[in-house]
Design a protein around this ligand. Sequence first.
Ligand SMILES: Cc1cc2nc3c(=O)[nH]c(=O)nc-3n(C[C@H](O)[C@H](O)[C@H](O)COP(=O)(O)OP(=O)(O)OC[C@H]3O[C@@H](n4cnc5c(N)ncnc54)[C@H](O)[C@@H]3O)c2cc1C
Length: 432
Amino acid sequence: MAPEKKPTVVIAGAGYAGLAAARALAREKNVRVVLINKHAYHLLQFQLHEAAVNKIDMETLALPLSRVLPREVEFVKAQITGFDFKARLVHTDHGDFHYDRLIIALGSQPATFNIPGLNEHALMLKSLANARTIRGHLEMTLSLLKSATRSTPYPIVIGGGGITGVELATELAEGLQGLERQYDLDRRAIKVVLVEAASSVLPGFDQKTIGEAARVLRKLGVDVRTSTAIARVEADRVWLKPIGSDQAEEIITPTLIWTGGVRANALVLNSGLTLGERGAAVVDEYLRSLDYPEVSVVGDNAVVRDPRNGQVVIPCGQLAAQQGKYAAKQIDGDFKGAVVPPYLPHLDGLLISLGSYAGVGTVGPMWVRQLIARVMKIGAEVRYLFNIGGVSLVLARGLLLRHEVVAVMRWLRRTKRAGRKTEHKGQGNAVA
Ligand SMILES: Cc1cc2nc3c(=O)[nH]c(=O)nc-3n(C[C@H](O)[C@H](O)[C@H](O)COP(=O)(O)OP(=O)(O)OC[C@H]3O[C@@H](n4cnc5c(N)ncnc54)[C@H](O)[C@@H]3O)c2cc1C
C-alpha cells in the first residue's frame, strides 16, 4: 500500500511570525512544512537601528535559517511574486508551490502616506540593505562635514516619533558623540531633529512612558518637534509644517530617515483578501483570512483584534511570533479534528531602548525606566535568541550584546567613580 500523502503547509516569510510557525509545525509528524523566504536568513529587526548607526555589526543581525530551522522544515529561498488562492498556489521566482494550508507572514513595509518626495528621497529603516544605506550615508556626510564651513549645525531629520523613531534618535544622538571624535568634528556640528505629527512622541503610550522618553531625548540634545508634519521632501531639503498652520519651515538637509509608519506587504495589499487597517488582511478569531479559511494571516500582515476589548492589537515582533505559533497549532488541530480555542493575544510588556544606558516600558504589570529597562530589553532579546536557537545561539551571538555590555560596564564604572569623588568632596568639606 502506498504511504498516505501528508498535507502540505506552506509558510510565506521567515520573520518573527513565519519562523515561529515553522518551528511549531516541525514537531508534527503528519504534515509537510515548506517555508519560503527571499533571504536565507532570519532578520533580527529589533536592533536594526543599532546597525544603522554603526554600533553593532550588520552581519550579527542576520541569523542563517539553517541554524534555527528544524530538519523537518523544507526551506526554499525564493521571492514570492503572488498567490492564486483558488488554485491554492504560491507563485515565486523559483516556480509555483501548492499548499493545503497557507500561512502568510510577509511582514510590513514603510507607509509614506503620499507625502510628496518621501519615497524618492527619504532613507528607510526596514531591512539590512536599508541599515547599510543609512550607515554609508552618515559616514559620507560626516566625512564631508569635516571640510565644510557651516554656521549652523547639520540637521539629521528623523520622521516619525513612534518606537522606531525614538529608539533611532536616542542611539544616533548618543552615537554621534563617538562619530564626532572619529571625524574630528565639534559636538555642535550636528543635531538630531525628531519630527512627530501627534502632540507627543510615542503616541498611544501612557503619559509616564512619554514623559520619560521626552526627558532622555532632551538630555541627549535631540530637537523634538511634536504636532509637526513632514509636508514635502526634496533631495536636499525637508519641509516641516506645524499641524494647523499654513507656514512650512524649510530644513536644508539631504538626511531624512523615515520611521513614520508601516503598512502591510504589497503582496497582501494586492492579494484580493479583505483588508483593514494598514492595508493588512482582516482575520477571524482563528487568524484565518475572511475569504479563504485555509489561508491564515499573521504578524504585521494581519489585522488582529483582541476579543476581550475589540481593539486591533499593535503590530510587533512579540505578538507576531505568538500568532505564528498559534496558526501552526490551529492548523495542526484542524488536521487532527481537534478543537483549538480562538487566539487570545498576550503582550508580556513592551520595552523601548533609549540609547545604551536607558530604556522605558512595561514588563507585565511593572513600569520600568533607565538602566533597569535597558537591561530588561537586552534580556528580552537574549530570551528570543534562546527560544529559537538555545544556549549555543545565545553564546554564538554574544557579539550582538558586546557593545551593550561594554556600555553598561562603563556606565557603572563612571557612576562608581562619581560616587567616590562626591564622598571625597564630602570628607574634604568636613575637614574644612
Ligand atoms: C528598527 C525596528 C525596531 C523594532 N523594534 C521592535 C521591538 O523592540 N519590539 C517589537 O515587538 N517589535 C519591534 N519592531 C517591529 C517588529 O520587527 C515587527 O513587528 C515584526 O518583525 C513583524 O514580524 P512579521 O513576521 O510579521 O514580519 P517580518 O519579521 O518583517 O518578516 C517578514 C519576512 O517575510 C520575508 N519576505 C517579505 N517579502 C517577501 C517576498 N516577496 N518573498 C519572500 N519573502 C518575503 C522577509 O524577508 C521576512 O523574512 C521593530 C521594527 C523595526 C524596523
